[in-house]
Design a protein around this ligand. Structure first.
Ligand code: NAD
Length: 494
């Protein structure tokens, strides 16, 4: 699939100006405004997207509401919705390379990861919920025999979805697939710096037979388009993946408008804990490096804090440094690349700022520099920061870049205390041969997912979500459908 000549043809293809997708049609911003899309590969203008306004959001939510109330999708038999979604998944797979390259030019993820994590993952998610939806049934409650208590599961109505720039198709599909499978209408807002492939994904849904108005996409800035979605009186449920500060705002918007339910998937500072009795240190090195440096660390579950038992600390760091040195950072459209571009200049500067602060505090820095500046793109060396203390900002705050903070520990209790010592609780990993310790750590770590002797593994069958300030909702698995289905009781006297 990753044929370099096809990639190169797509790499230089002109990208037309992108419009909103409202009521099944491409629509420019109501005031004609556009935003330039700067490619992180070369810092050049790739194209423009519509700079949405509150009026555009109102048009999209009205279209969504109309389609929902008319029942063009909500009242379609689940088996028929399934057929449309399966066709959509097939179209996404047929267009996988085109979607992946477009996304890479927009957000910088290396193509080797993007092809799997973006279109192919999205197609898998769409297929998963398509297959699930005609197997979900209501309940007959065990009431007194003089009545019949029925529990219906109904679509919630209009869903607002706001997503980030890392993995737009994967995360977009985590919201769209269960929301649409359940019969809802949706208004989607992609991130400013990763809208293009999501617009194409939505176009493919219409090609697959999704009725107009059921899936609407409004592009533009968070504080304008995202705020209008957050404050909309037409949106019943808001699902979000992104940063904590924006998540807080969404809760405020809900309180100020119609008390819409808000589900948040937020950031992390995930601990990757290596005990001296790890079964295979070389495997732990490889997986730990990939767990923070792939996609230049722009992964919500990135293992950004490495906790290493002191007796193997120096050996582990030196093996990690050696492995890291062999990772190929650069052109995201070269299938051999292990880590592509940082998404934006702003994010690159933020990453470098964290490193400089650690350097000033006397921490050891391996890597830490901007590279390939002559390309005009935003590239950064994989970076290890050693001698970090749990109080350091780099041990507590999400960098969202290829920066690994390394902290030594002496005992299991100390490792657990450091692991739980941040406001986040998204992911974690434990490397040990001791089965009892593995279970103790899985129980003790406050996180949505704890890996044992691996990192980052997951699929559609298991939920992904955080605890503490990493969020309050779960994507993926059948549990995610609960966000998009209301319970209704029918109480019938017999
Ligand atoms: P972000 O919060 O800056 O932006 C996310 C989305 O919110 C974008 O579409 C943006 O336009 C919108 N937005 C911005 N301001 C807004 C406002 N005032 N009102 C409404 N919407 C607004 O996040 P980002 O930089 O795009 O993404 C990185 C963050 O996402 C990281 O914190 C990362 O950990 C997190 N993330 C979490 C998961 C997860 O599953 N938990 C997955 C991927 C990314």
């Amino acid at each position: 699939m990753l044929d370099q000549s096809r990639i190169d043809a797509l790499r230089s293809a002109e990208v037309p100006a992108a419009h909103h997708l409202i009521d099944g049609a491409a629509v420019p911003a109501s005031d004609g405004g556009t935003l330039e899309v700067i490619s992180p590969l070369d810092g050049q203008v790739l194209t423009t997207i519509a700079r949405g306004t509150a009026q555009d959001v109102a048009a999209a939510t009205a279209a969504a509401r109309r389609s929902f109330d008319a029942g063009v999708w909500a009242n379609t038999a689940p088996a028929k919705r399934k057929a449309v979604l399966l066709k959509w998944a097939a179209l996404v797979e047929e267009n996988a390379l085109e979607l992946a390259v477009l996304g890479v030019r927009d957000n910088g993820t290396e193509i080797g990861m993007a092809i799997k994590a973006e279109p192919l993952s999205a197609a898998g998610t769409i297929r998963y919920y398509a297959e699930a939806i005609d197997k979900i049934a209501g309940e007959v409650a065990p009431t007194d025999p003089s009545v019949l208590g029925l529990v219906h599961r109904e679509p919630v109505g209009v869903v607002g979805a706001i997503v980030p720039w890392n993995f737009p198709l994967m995360i977009g599909a985590w919201k769209l697939a269960p929301a649409l499978a359940a019969g809802n209408s949706v208004v989607l807002k992609p991130a400013e710096t990763a809208s293009l492939s999501l617009i194409r994904l939505a176009e493919l849904a219409h090609e697959a037979g999704l009725p107009p108005g059921v899936l609407n996409v409004v592009t533009g800035e968070g504080p304008v388009v995202g705020e209008a979605i957050g404050l909309s009186m037409e949106i019943d449920v808001l699902v979000f993946t992104g940063s904590g500060p924006v998540g807080r705002r969404l809760l405020e918007y809900s309180a100020r408008s119609n008390l819409k339910r808000v589900y948040l998937e937020l950031g992390g500072k995930s601990p990757n804990i290596v005990f001296a009795d790890a079964p295979d240190l070389d495997e732990a090195v490889k997986v730990s490096a990939n767990g923070i440096f792939r996609n230049s660390g722009q992964v919500c579950v990135a293992g950004s804090r490495l906790l290493v038992e002191r007796s193997i600390h120096d050996d582990f760091v030196s093996r990690l440094t050696e492995f890291m040195g062999k990772m190929k950072v650069g052109d995201p459209l070269d299938p051999a690349t292990n880590a592509g571009a940082v998404n934006s200049e702003r994010q690159l500067m933020q990453n470098l700022g964290f490193v400089e602060e650690a350097r000033t505090a006397g921490r050891g820095i391996i890597g830490g520099k901007r590279i390939l500046k002559d390309t005009g793109g935003y590239f950064m060396e994989p970076t290890i920061v050693t001698g970090v203390t749990p109080e350091d900002r780099i041990a507590r705050e999400e960098v969202f870049g290829p920066v690994l903070a390394v902290l030594p520990f002496d005992t299991e209790d100390e490792a657990l205390s450091i692991a739980n010592g941040t406001e986040y609780g998204l992911a974690a990993a434990v490397w040990t041969s001791n089965l009892s310790r593995a279970h103790r750590m899985v129980r003790g770590i406050r996180a949505g997912v704890v890996h044992v002797n691996t990192y980052g593994g997951s699929d559609n069958t298991v939920p992904l979500g955080g605890v503490k300030q990493s969020g309050n909702g779960h994507d993926k698995s059948l549990h995610a459908l609960d966000k998009y289905l209301d319970l209704k009781t029918a109480w019938i006297k017999l």
